[in-house]
Design a protein. Structure first.
Length: 112
């Protein structure tokens, strides 16, 4: 994976994953629109959809969903995490890092 260069002292790391992985996630999200919801945000003390603040379609994904596009994406995320730990070796002495939580795929239309 190609690294997105950032200053070492920023503690920000980034790596590019293949475009096909992203395209497959978008297709997966579009194929599961009936399971997604309009993006919500906390506005004025309550959670609600407000396209002026967040114009997205959100699909909640359980970590134990092993559909191929999701599994491939998580594999790349894990590789990014491992590269981050390599970049900042002080983290090696910390607890083991792993990508193992639920997440959302958020689709934003162009300009959204």
């Amino acid at each position: 994976m190609k690294e997105f260069k950032t200053p070492l002292d920023s503690f920000i790391g980034g790596w590019y994953i293949p475009e096909k992985v992203c395209d497959d996630l978008i297709l997966f999200q579009k194929n599961h629109l009936n399971e997604s919801i309009k993006g919500e945000c906390n506005h004025e003390g309550e959670r609600k959809a407000n396209p002026k603040l967040k114009d997205s379609q959100d699909l909640h994904v359980s970590f134990d969903n092993y559909d191929p596009p999701l599994n491939i994406y998580r594999e790349y995320l894990q590789q990014c995490l491992e590269k981050y730990v390599e970049r900042y070796p002080i983290l090696i002495n910390s607890d083991f890092f792993n990508v193992n939580t639920n997440y959302n795929i958020q689709y934003y239309p162009p300009g959204g």
